[in-house]
Write a protein that binds this ligand. Sequence first.
Ligand SMILES: [Fe+2]
Ligand SMILES: [Fe+2]
Length: 500
Amino acid sequence: MPDSPLVAFQEEFLSGKPAQKDYVHFSEVNCHDLDLWIGRICRSVSLEFLHEILFTILNELLVNGCKANAKRVFFREKSLNLQEPSDYKKGISLFKFQFGHHRTELFRQLENTEYLVNVIAKNHPQYLEFKVSNNAKILEEERNRINQRILASEKYKNINDAYKESVDSEESSGLGIVLIHILLRNSGVKEKFFELKTEEHLTTVTVRIPKLLLPIDSQTKIRNILTQEVESLPPLSAHIQHLIREVKKKDSDWHPLAEEVKREPAVTAEILKIANSPLFGAHQKVILMEEALKRIGLKNLESILLTLGARKILNGKYDKQIAIWSHSFKVSLYVRFLGEQIHTYAKFAEVASVSGLLHDIGRMVLLSLDLSLVDQIRVLKSEDNTQLSEWVEEYTLGITHSEIGYMIGKKWNFPEEILDVIRFHHKPWLCRTSNEVYCRLVYLSDIMASTHRGKGNYYTIEPEVLSTFGIYDEKSFQELLAHLKRKYESKKEEYERILS
Ligand SMILES: [Fe+2]
Ligand SMILES: [Fe+2]
């Protein structure tokens, strides 16, 4: 998607140009728009995991700002003086009732006034800054309430506790501030991240989120550990490397190639399994190697061999890889199904599907590393919320699994399309080669295949990418997802055999 509005937005934002949203009033109807805007900002600076937390906090601040404006208009209409204690007492309960039951009316009144709420996001080298303003001076009482929320966050040890409590109790307002506070406090961030400023006709709340949670020397240390780890990986087996060289020869013949594969019983068994798997839409079982290779096709064979080679090394070196492999096979199948469903993608699905087998290879190294030295990671980590911990971990480390995967792929001489898929599967719009279409397919499939883990949904996907798949609303997204899920469930058993 060259020169798309998304890329333009990202480039401008990264260059330091502020992004702004203005609202006369803010309510549920504006949430989707705000959500998309925050999503874009988070993706621009690779802090995707902040999306939800930022949405909670900005939504809350905008509603508060809008409520404060509405309060002023309401008091003015009723000829009551906000600063006068007796008037305040008289008016506030009436206002609360009005805000609770006749909000639309209050909002309509706002439309005829000078009052506004807005949010400005700005990218600084060290931090991400959000300023939420409304053009009314804050009252002492309103200021106290905000300060109380910050104090309340002291009692939570980690983000998970705060989340749980907010789900259990009615008192969920103020959660955003609490979350950001815990996150930054636990990370050892000492700077002021939250600031409330009042001028005569303006109240501004500033939230600053550091882009690096660890001091630069710790980050360098971690980068070195990871680089050494990747360097310490052995080369792919001589047999696999030999086969790949053979496959790359233009005149390679099926029969001698099949004979070469059969030299290694383990590789033989794996290739037969894959050829008979739903990845290659098999109806009839193949037993002969030559047939198996034909079914896979020369074009895909290199990726399959690389996957087998990588799997052998990584499984031997690190524990608990099954979940990532099974996720990768699932994503790969989803790519196939997307190709079957959306005709314009049919011709790209095969290559994308086999490249997708290796998309999360960096996670295997990242998650297996002993980073217990880094204290901050332990406090942020939660046992039952994998989504949070994964992003938080990358945020803390300052390196993503896509980067690590790319380093591994380079070491093992992966072809360009696999390297691009690994690097850009969370940001296909950054891929500037013709492989972008593969990255896009894996991006969507990856999110669709992960929705059951609560990881991503319609709103976390970049709308510009969705439109290239002909998806313009949540309903069509859900329909497609349901279709893919059904198809996957029907193939699940066959597919699980590949991993056994
Ligand atoms: Fe990934
Ligand atoms: Fe993934």
